[in-house]
Design a protein. Structure first.
Length: 478
């Protein structure tokens, strides 16, 4: 190995050397991998690693931030150093075989001192005066859920409204016509203050200073089975104070159904302010699409059976639960298995792989995955209340039911009594249930009752209703 450099124009990492060229080279992170193009040979060789990648048929985007392992077959990478170098889409640092990809922030802004300066400017800034919406979904880790559906309807009906999207890095594709603002950047702080409306699906975090005329629509991100906020087990004064502080920041709360309206109002002490029980905008697509385009993007044939495994997160672990061996499940059921971790397991986790296994934790639009699936396997996740819009079968893998219900979170109702599908406690039981053709009919009555309670407003028009309210109330101008 003789040289290492970054090509800023092409956004590539180039390593060159002499002698026999390496047979292969890879740059491997937890959620992305790229292969080197190796040229030359004889006297000199060159390995070129792209720093952009496309997933699921999408556009080429900068690699997700995080740690990557650099591999060049039979090449000693000890002593390799470069950077940090700031490119248009990312910042890269090399230290031996370890590569650090970071968001494209100047180092001065990433420091605590730099962020304090930007926060100070934000607090002092006069805001709420731009006909714009600041969107954030799952703390900027994705562009999806209810905010994304509202963005699409707003873009159709009020194209003059500027749409900013908060993202943790530029590996996340934003909707056409919108503006990506990287969290913590000067533009992120400015847009957050300037926008007349903020649309978020989780807590606002950081220091939020409401500007004159500024409104916050909290869409939330699911009908709850597990206890939330003030209802969580154990008395914690700090948590209570944080919940009260956060909910006071919201002007409007969106609920999927009357059941959610009642729970969210009490769990977040959201009294005296409006709750719009309009259904979930993110579920509109479940009534208007057939999932074929998503299957094609994922490389799945139209005749393949597709199982979506989508468990919720656990308070006592950072990564996805390991109750399923996805490759073995694919073999047991002759299916393609999609693995969808919770948003909280996106960063700490790593893509799972195997024959006929596709990890879609980083796929932005959960609803389209629901359309692509023939059946859902979940546990206590709110995805159960969305998937039921499709009418397709559900299976509940719950080996830790007593621990989760009794110790970790607690439930609002007895899942075993009302579930629209069977509860199983092992993968073998799951595979048996999936092969039992009598299961859907056996749960048909429960399923229908479930839909009547939770899905009456999921009619394909929730986005229209929500955006009509926003425009009628003057939250933004068409």
């Amino acid at each position: 190995m003789t040289t290492v450099r970054i090509d800023e124009d092409a956004e590539t990492l180039i390593i060159a050397g002499t002698g026999t060229k390496p047979a292969e080279g890879t740059l491997v992170g937890s959620r992305a991998r790229v292969d080197a193009k190796i040229t030359g040979g004889g006297k000199t060789w060159k390995a070129t690693f792209p720093l952009r990648a496309a997933r699921w048929g999408g556009e080429l985007l900068p690699l997700p931030s995080g740690e990557y392992e650099l591999h060049l077959l039979d090449i000693d990478l000890a002593g390799l150093e470069s950077g940090p170098e700031l490119l248009s889409g990312l910042r890269i640092t090399l230290n031996g075989a370890l590569v650090q990809i970071a968001p494209p922030l100047a180092p001065i802004y990433e420091s605590s001192e730099g962020q304090s300066i930007l926060e100070g400017r934000y607090v002092a800034q006069v805001g709420g005066n731009e006909n714009a919406v600041f969107f954030e979904s799952f703390y900027g880790q994705s562009v999806g859920c209810n905010p994304h559906a509202i963005d699409r309807e707003l873009a159709r009906r009020a194209p003059n409204v500027t749409r900013y999207w908060s993202v943790v890095d530029l590996s996340i594709a934003v909707p056409e016509g919108s503006v990506a603002v990287v969290e913590g950047s000067p533009e992120w702080w400015r847009a957050r203050a300037a926008a007349r409306l903020l649309v978020v699906n989780d807590w606002l975090r950081r220091r939020f200073a409401r500007k004159d005329g500024q409104k916050v629509l909290q869409t939330w991100h699911g009908t709850p089975l597990k206890q939330l906020a003030l209802h969580r087990p154990g008395f914690d004064p700090r948590r209570m104070a944080a919940v009260f502080k956060e909910s006071r920041r919201w002007d409007v709360l969106l609920a999927q159904n009357l059941y959610s309206e009642r729970i969210l109002k009490k769990a977040y002490a959201f009294f005296g302010k409006p709750i719009w029980t309009d259904g979930y905008p993110r579920n509109d697509v479940l009534s208007t699409d057939d999932g074929s385009a998503t299957r094609k993007a994922l490389g799945i044939g139209p005749q393949e059976r597709v199982l979506l495994y989508a468990p919720t997160w656990r308070d006592d672990r950072s990564e996805i639960v390991d109750f399923v061996d996805p490759q073995r499940l694919a073999e047991q059921t002759d299916s393609v298995v999609l693995v969808r971790g919770h948003s909280r397991t996106l960063r700490p986790g790593r893509d799972q792989s195997g024959a006929r296994v596709i990890d879609v934790t980083g796929y932005s639009d959960t609803a389209r995955l629901l359309l692509a699936a023939d059946a859902l396997i979940t546990d206590y996740s709110s995805v159960m209340f969305d998937f039921s819009v499709t009418g397709k079968p559900m299976y509940f893998l719950v080996p830790d039911l007593e621990h989760y219900r009794g110790t970790l979170r607690g439930f609002y109702f007895d899942l075993a009594e009302r579930s629209p599908g069977p509860l199983v406690t092992s993968q073998d039981e799951l595979a048996e249930a999936l092969s039992d053709e009598t299961v859907p009919a056996a749960f048909a009555e429960r399923y229908a009752a479930w839909q009547r309670q939770f899905n009456t407003r999921d009619d394909g028009h929730a986005s229209e209703r929500v955006v009509s309210r926003l425009l009628d109330l003057g939250f933004v101008d068409a």
